[in-house]
Design a protein around this ligand. Sequence first.
Ligand SMILES: Cc1ncc(C[n+]2csc(CCOP(=O)(O)OP(=O)(O)O)c2C)c(N)n1
Length: 328
Amino acid sequence: MPTDAEGLTKERVLEAYRTVLQARALDDRRFVLNRAGKLAFIISPRGHEVAQVGAIAALQPGRDRFCLYYRNFAAALACGFTPEELMLAAFARAADPSSGGRQTPGNFGSRRRGVVIGSSTVGPQIPKAAGIGLALQWRGEGALCYVSFGEGATSQGDFHEGLNFAAIHHCPVIFFCENNHWAISVPQALQVAGPGVAERAAAYGIPGVRVRGDDFFAVHAAVAEAAQRARSGGGPTLIEAEVLRLQSHSTDDDQRAYRDPAELAAEALQDPIPRMRDALITRGWLSPEADQAMRDDVNREVEKATEAAEAAPEPEPASLGRHVYADA
Ligand SMILES: Cc1ncc(C[n+]2csc(CCOP(=O)(O)OP(=O)(O)O)c2C)c(N)n1
């Protein structure tokens, strides 16, 4: 069975590619449902999918802990969430496993998968991950905590406190920055001085790595190396995956109002999914026919997930205070 240096088998890579396709198909469907007035608000992972799945594929959902952020729909699928579960959250249904339809759909939580629920606030998952890393170190399970965020989050105090703490205590944490160069309408240059986020690692005395986020194998290799370091007591790593934001920040934003049209047109031609498909075809792991069959299968799955979630019951009005106030 063919493998690469990190022990990736053809089957595992094709499974990861299917997850990437699922994330994109779900996003397309959610966007249509938003335009049809059925879903209130969408945050899109478009352009980030390959980086997110490449990272999680190097880790161990169920053993490791994951502090994800609101753009991590592909990462959530890679952690084991199903398309139907993500659609239940999108429709704010009672059976949404993350919050029973109470939180923004991008706030993922699943105890059995080790996914720690967050909030829509930018940054607080970072120091939380440092603390979880310390607890994992004390327990000595060999597990690690993965935390993701955008480059905008790296100008929050939370980022600096979290990295400093994790570095001092050698916590088994992977800090994964998905740098799409925009924080809503604020460009990278107004968030980060110098070439990028990876250089900031030097201030905390930990390794900082920059990787192309459209290269599945490069992202996987960087995260696998960081995981090996974390599990063997070598402490945290900061990884910066350079990605493109191929949609506006959210459906409540229109990036054409503040971005250069030529740049947007050029980025639209750099979708990472065809790049991953071509890499798999070049390796002889995928054929155009198998690709199409997989896409058709994923589209059917997303259609079924949508129908099931739309038909599912809403939360009981009497349960409004659950998770807000202590149950009497
Ligand atoms: C503390 C805080 N400040 C501001 C906001 C509003 N806000 C939501 S997302 C966002 C941009 C974050 O950009 P980045 O971290 O680069 O991630 P991206 O959304 O680009 O993936 C902002 C400013 C917020 N949710 N929380």
